[in-house]
Ligand binder design. Structure first.
Ligand SMILES: Nc1nc2c(ncn2[C@@H]2O[C@H](COP(=O)(O)OP(=O)(O)OP(=O)(O)O)[C@@H](O)[C@H]2O)c(=O)[nH]1
Ligand SMILES: [Mg+2]
Length: 294
């Protein structure tokens, strides 16, 4: 067979395990993973070059039933866009919650892409339950393949990739062999800091913030970073900073550890907090933070 290459998007409801699956497929921790829903906000390409094929995976934000902010509309436009331009769609369902909104189901089924439905988190249910869910899903979705997986335990990931390769078109590589993503180093810094904020702060605060890396300066031994944390209100700024700056200090320490693992280098990081009223509804701010579909 001639060389194959194409775009494969992982779509699904929030928290289904899309980013976990994406990392497992890539064999790299590119995407941030968090027990909280709405972790992923962008479409992130992961380019996997094999001897006979180049698979371009996309991690996407979880499908929201309701967009409360312009930011959510942008996030959903990334999902729509990936449904339109993919060669293969992987619809990932949590085995314990297999419902998706009708509109999404219709778009999925109408898409010209080849379709795989994967039931994830099979480690969380018993075998007999699993069969019942699988039968129900196989009856209710029109797709080319159905698979049972556990992204967390990396169970059946190779099988999934094999199915992807079966459906991937013949095409020359879209990207150079040594490129693994379309995202910059700064993007990954933003994501890692944001993920640590999601872990550290409660309720609405981590959802109302965005991280922007203003300085990324790499020497032989150390990467120096300066990041701005943008929130919507003064009260949120106070929470981010915490009593005598304790919370933001903790955030810096936690983020630094993850950044050192990610970059394999020593990290020096400075964090600042800025208030930008209602940035999640501000088109210019959203553009600045990379929420533009291209
Ligand atoms: N038990 C179990 N947990 C899983 C599995 N896959 C993912 N998870 C967990 O599910 C949670 C959500 O995982 P993510 O990969 O961030 O989910 P996501 O679909 O990318 O979520 P959003 O980006 O918020 O839409 C994390 O706590 C994962 O560890 C699995 O196979 N089994
Ligand atoms: Mg995700």
């Amino acid at each position: 067979m001639a060389f194959q290459s194409g775009f494969v998007s992982i779509i699904g409801m929030p928290n289904a395990g899309k980013s976990t699956l994406y990392n497992a497929l890539m064999g790299e921790k590119l995407a941030i993973i968090n027990p909280k829903a709405q972790t992923t906000r962008h479409r992130i390409l992961g380019i996997k070059s094999l001897p006979e094929a180049q698979i371009i995976y996309s991690d996407t934000p979880g499908i929201l039933k309701k967009a409360s902010y312009t930011m959510h509309e942008k996030m959903m436009s990334f999902v729509q866009e990936s449904m339109l331009d993919s060669d293969v769609l992987v619809l990932l369902l949590d085995v314990r919650a297999t419902e998706i909104p009708d509109e999404i189901r219709q778009r999925f089924e109408k898409s010209k892409a080849r379709k795989i439905v994967a039931l994830n988190k099979i480690d969380t249910v018993k075998q007999d339950q699993l069969e019942a869910v699988m039968n129900k899903v196989a009856e209710s979705f029109k797709a080319d393949a159905f698979l049972l997986i556990s992204a967390l335990n990396e169970f059946n990931i190779e099988k999934l990739e094999k199915a992807v390769l079966e459906f991937l078109p013949e095409h020359p590589a879209y990207f150079p062999e040594d490129q693994i993503t379309d995202r910059s180093e700064r993007f990954f810094v933003n994501e890692i800091v944001r993920n640590n904020a999601l872990k550290l702060y409660e309720d609405e605060v981590p959802y109302s913030l965005e991280v922007s890396t203003l300085l990324f300066k790499e020497d032989e031994k150390i990467i120096r970073l300066s990041c701005e944390i943008v929130v919507e209100r003064d009260s949120q700024k106070r929470i981010i900073i915490g009593n005598k700056g304790e919370a933001i200090k903790r955030l810096g320490i936690n983020a630094r550890k993850d950044l050192e693992t990610f970059f394999g280098k020593q990290i020096y990081i400075e964090l600042f907090v800025k208030v930008r009223d209602d940035w999640r509804n501000n088109k210019n701010m959203l553009r600045q933070f990379g929420y533009d579909a291209d």
